[in-house]
Design a protein around this ligand. Sequence first.
Ligand code: HEC
Length: 150
Amino acid sequence: MHQVKFLWVGLLVLLSLFIASELFAQADVIEKRQKFMKANGADAKAVKKAAEEKNYATVEAKAKDLMGNSEKIPGLFPQGSTAGKTKAKAEIWDKWDDFTKGASKLGKAAGGLAGAAAAKDDAKVEAGIKAVSGACGDCHKPFRAEKYSE
Ligand code: HEC
């Protein structure tokens, strides 16, 4: 009888260790993607500043960064990674196709902007910047909460 009890206690300890490590792993995932998103914010800001200065090379480089980043977005949102201080809404996984489309939309907009900067076309650069920030907002609106979950 005692042995069975020990077995149960042992299993419970293992289970709680497992849950704790899962939560830590999720916190890492969330922290990583928020840092990544902050870098997107910095890139978007740098693009605007560079465009004002007509620094086309920087606009092009940062737009290409954003293009590469857009491809990484889906991988930063593993199924159900909502345990922790996050603004990610559950809708991300309910409407996964829309979410990944939002990421490709950013990629396309950033690609267009890079092309416009390479051609030193002011009007297209301006339109490209609008398209990029529009793509950020189009995903944030349905999929990012106003407040952190904790
Ligand atoms: C496909 C969807 C999607 C796209 C596109 C997207 N984001 Fe986000 N972004 C999110 C989600 C979801 C969060 C919330 C993440 C979390 O809190 O776990 C977020 C969070 C952020 C944050 C807050 C990070 C923090 O520390 O809380 C910033 C800043 C941000 N995004 C900037 C951008 C910018 C700038 C762009 C465009 C260049 C962009 N995002 C494009 C989905 C997206």
